[in-house]
Design a protein around this ligand. Structure first.
Ligand SMILES: Nc1ncnc2c1ncn2[C@@H]1O[C@H](COP(=O)(O)OP(=O)(O)OP(=O)(O)O)[C@@H](O)[C@H]1O
Ligand SMILES: [Mg+2]
Length: 358
């Protein structure tokens, strides 16, 4: 298998820039999740990589060979890329085995064995003779994955392959897809809207917005040290508080906090506006609800419980600060739900500081 390199890829559609200089590197054998809001350009990027669309500029290389670049474009069928679309991708008049074998050529040697191997890999051996219309949505997506993998592609592209499925089936199939891709040693790009899916399934997550990659990092790094407030809000629940940074400490209505010591955000510190009589740099901090710890009333910073949402494994609690009623916080709590009313809060661990623009 092979690593994927995308360099400065730009696409205009109907005169509107849709991709504005996309850079991406997916190491050989790893799974990258491409996460971003509707319309940000995810499918367009996959179409460029697959060869359905030529970019206006930029380079795409697979295993060190240019697919698109200065020397022109390699045709789709020579790219060795497998594609798993959203849904409805199977040939309705072919049974499961014939769908999986479609890309192998009718008379190719070893075809039967290869189809049997893939049927096993995706757990569909008992269904080899079924027609697509006789399968559940999850079974159909397993067959679509097997079909994409059958010719032994260098790269697999999956465009929201679980979006038509209900939550339970999604989680199950997600795990199967990860296992199957790893077993096949495939390099893969998986498009998703779902941040929990992206963080849980992939080695790398790229957050895309407005035709650009805003950040690409390992899931833990992305969650803990997002480059800005927008990315933070896109990968999980974020608490955003007005803050001031002065000589390495950040102060909010919840006290003083250590700052995450890395990332492009830190390079901008010191160049933001210098604010008010207190001095220092004004901006915002971003932290996660699990960093907001609840204390008995009378300890920590006084707050008031407004609402809570119980999710089974944990709960989210919405709070308002007594000294600053405009400031709302979310806390994640795993014990008993606090009753609405007075409580104390404390922030644990480092926060992300973003200086105010301008
Ligand atoms: N053929 C086209 N002509 C003009 N604009 C297009 C065309 N195809 C897509 N677009 C625009 O390009 C932008 C990106 O579309 P794209 O399909 O890549 O988004 P996406 O991130 O895959 O969204 P979704 O999550 O909804 O699938 C959108 O604003 C869309 O309206
Ligand atoms: Mg799309």
């Amino acid at each position: 298998m092979a690593d994927l390199l995308v360099e400065d890829v730009a696409v205009d559609l109907d005169g509107t820039p849709v991709l504005r200089g996309v850079d991406l590197h997916v190491p050989s054998g790893s799974l990258l999740a491409l996460l971003g809001p509707s319309g940000c350009g995810k499918t367009t990027l996959l179409r460029v990589i697959a060869g359905f669309l030529d970019p206006h500029r930029g380079r795409v290389a697979l295993a060190g060979n240019d697919l698109v670049g200065a020397a022109g474009a390699v045709p789709i069928e020579k790219r060795r890329i497998g594609i798993v679309p959203q849904e409805g991708a199977l040939f309705p008049h072919l049974d499961v085995a014939a769908n999986i074998g479609f890309g192998l050529g009718r008379r190719s040697r070893g075809r039967h064995e290869r189809v049997a191997e893939l049927l096993d890999l995706v757990g569909m051996a008992p269904f080899a003779d079924r027609m697509p219309a006789e399968l559940s949505g999850g079974q159909q997506q397993r067959v679509a994955l097997a079909r994409a993998l059958a010719p032994g592609p260098d790269l697999v592209l999956l465009d929201e392959p679980f979006s038509a499925l209900d939550a339970g089936l999604r989680a199950e199939l997600r795990e199967d897809v990860r296992r199957v891709l790893h077993a096949a040693g495939a390099t893969a790009v998986l498009v998703t809207h779902d941040q929990a899916e992206a963080l849980s399934i992939a080695e790398l997550v790229a957050v895309m917005d407005g035709g650009r990659i805003r950040q690409c990092a390992a899931p833990v790094e992305l969650y803990r040290t997002p480059v800005d407030v927008a990315v933070a809000g896109f990968v999980g629940e974020a608490v955003v508080l007005a803050a001031r940074q002065d000589r390495g400490t950040v102060t909010t209505a919840l006290g003083r906090h250590p700052v995450h010591g890395r990332g492009p955000v830190d390079e901008r510190v010191g160049r933001g506006p210098v604010g008010g009589p207190e001095g220092g740099v004004r901006g915002h901090v971003v932290l996660r609800p699990e960093q907001v710890h609840l204390l008995p009333n009378g300890q920590g910073v006084p707050a008031e419980v407004l609402t809570s949402w119980f999710y089974g494994h944990d709960a989210l609690v919405e709070l308002r600060l007594v000294g600053d009623p405009e400031t709302r916080l979310l806390a994640r709590c795993s014990g008993d739900l606090p009753a609405p009313g007075p409580i104390g809060v404390r922030v644990a661990g480092p926060v992300l500081f973003q200086p105010q623009e301008g």
